[in-house]
Ligand binder design. Structure first.
Ligand code: ATP
Ligand code: MG
Length: 469
């Protein structure tokens, strides 16, 4: 019998799949050597620690090298991929998958093997102009060494004269942000799926000493099966023991210690997880304001938050346990995984949470990825299957009427405009206007520092220019 899948214990190597099963299977390659082919992500991930890890790269050294593309100009150019090796694919009239602060994200096909990727193209001039070289370096350094089924994989990176290119795992269903905006708010069982997968990714990051620092639905992508892929590592930090000080993130998701300019650690991401769970269930973040100042004041005030009356008592205790003002009082990742609400929903999907939680003592890819589509579910969940699958066409049917009424219901302030509500939130504090303002203030300060006492007196009387001339 022909080998169907490179994972030796794959059921389809014993009994070939039926035509119907075949149509549901996706071809998956080992992203490092591109030499092994699997019938599913699950088989690929199971094969890695047992067998493939030992032989990977050795078979195809050239390919393997190309995965370690470097922006260091001293390295041999021949090991690097080039933009011409990828063909840009347009979907209908859409030229790009999305736009970020520094350029666009396009769907591309690797001409050598037909594999689809998302290519983030960042204009160098823009990157320098916005002072974000450090962010870009950090994004690449951290993301290239991460390997988890809920983290968007960075496969290649290279540059040409004008741009820097990141070749990323393609997340077919776009961002969770747009999905929530279409769905308005999610039922608890569906919110569990996204929340749990995000927790798995964040827990993996923390166990690898990485703090994401900009967790929000805009940075959570959905793959072809609706699985979460955490992306955008521009603000993440590697933290060994010391606390971090950089002010970064997105206001709605910022923890009080960040806003109070106090040192922060891994519990910063835990806070954002609490905001995420709230937003999944309500359609908006718990703290909102007419402007950033009002929003920050609300977070800093530590005032209690309102919950929808229809929510279960368990999920409210979970959110409250996470959104503790004092970081050391917040639930830990383990306590979140052990929370009764998590256990209850995991049981309804017939899964054991700890099978999926990353264990540092084992090789990185020993943890299987969850496929909620194929997981055996109790009858009542199976009936709701369509609500568990985030595929866009169904969701356009939702009425805007429902959207606005829900929105008003949970928003404390009706003056917050609907169009603002639907816009992705900006994460970079260092956006252009703020940088320009900052530069202006700095120049002013420097000018003032150059002036002597008498100059400053003249300045105060408005006669400095004349006298200086
Ligand atoms: P910002 O700083 O504004 O968050 P950014 O420069 O970091 O932007 P990303 O957030 O990484 O850019 O990407 C911008 C958009 O492109 C995303 O919101 C998403 O819609 C799309 N996108 C990014 N990466 C992928 C991917 N791997 N697969 C599919 N779409 C993607
Ligand atoms: Mg982003």
């Amino acid at each position: 019998m022909n080998k169907f899948c490179d994972y030796k214990s794959c059921q389809f190597n014993v009994k070939q799949p039926t035509i119907e099963q075949r149509s549901k299977l996706t071809k998956v390659m080992c992203p490092l050597c591109m030499a092994s082919n699997y019938c599913s992500i699950r088989c690929r991930d199971l094969d890695w620690p047992i067998y493939h890890k030992g032989i990977c790269k050795k078979n195809q050294p050239d390919r393997a090298k190309s995965c370690n593309d470097t922006m260091d100009s001293s390295s041999s150019v021949s090991t690097r991929r080039k933009p011409e090796e990828f063909e840009i694919i347009t979907i209908g009239s859409k030229q790009e998958l999305g736009r970020g602060s520094y350029g666009s994200v396009k769907l591309v096909k690797d001409k050598s093997n037909g594999q689809l990727y998302a290519m983030k193209i960042m204009n160098k001039r823009q990157v320098f102009e916005y002072c974000s070289v450090e962010n870009l370096k950090r994004e690449i350094k951290i993301q290239r060494k991460l390997f988890h089924s809920n983290i968007c994989k960075l496969y290649h990176y290279f540059e040409d004269k004008e741009n820097v290119y990141l070749v990323l795992e393609y997340a077919e269903n776009g961002s969770l942000f747009h999905y929530i905006k279409k769905r308005i708010k999610l039922p608890e069982n569906e919110a569990f799926v996204y929340f749990f997968q995000t927790c798995l990714g964040i827990d993996y990051l923390h166990k690898n000493r990485v703090i994401h620092r900009d967790l929000k639905p805009e940075n959570l992508l959905l793959d072809h099966e609706g699985n979460i892929k955490i992306c955008d590592f521009g603000w993440s930090a590697e933290s060994l023991t010391e606390k971090r000080m950089t002010f970064c993130g997105t206001y709605e998701y910022m923890a009080p210690e960040m806003l109070n300019k106090q040192p922060h650690d891994f519990s910063l991401d835990v806070w954002s997880l609490g905001i995420l769970l709230y937003e999944l269930l309500h359609g908006n973040a718990p703290f909102r304001g007419k402007n950033n100042e009002e929003l920050c004041n609300k977070i800093k005030s530590g005032q209690p938050i309102n919950f929808a009356p229809t929510l279960s008592h368990e999920v409210i205790t979970l959110i409250k346990g996470i959104l503790k003002y004092i970081p050391s009082e917040r639930l830990t990742m383990d306590q979140i995984f052990e929370h009764p609400w998590m256990i209850k929903h995991a049981a309804s999907f017939n899964i054991d949470i700890y099978t999926f939680v990353y264990k540092p003592q084992f090789p990185t890819r020993q943890i299987p990825s969850i496929n909620f589509k194929t997981t055996t579910k109790p009858i009542d969940i199976q009936k709701k299957e369509s609500t568990l699958r985030p595929l866009s066409s169904d969701y356009t049917k939702f009425k805007t009427q429902e959207q606005s009424s829900n929105y008003k219901h949970y928003s404390e302030d009706n003056q917050i405009r609907q169009d603002e509500f639907n816009k992705p939130r900006i994460s970079r504090i260092s956006n252009k206007n703020e940088i320009l303002l900052h530069q202006h203030q700095l120049q002013q300060q420097q000018q003032e520092q150059k002036l002597g006492f008498m100059d400053r007196v003249f300045l105060a009387f408005g006669c400095l220019n004349r006298d200086k001339k």
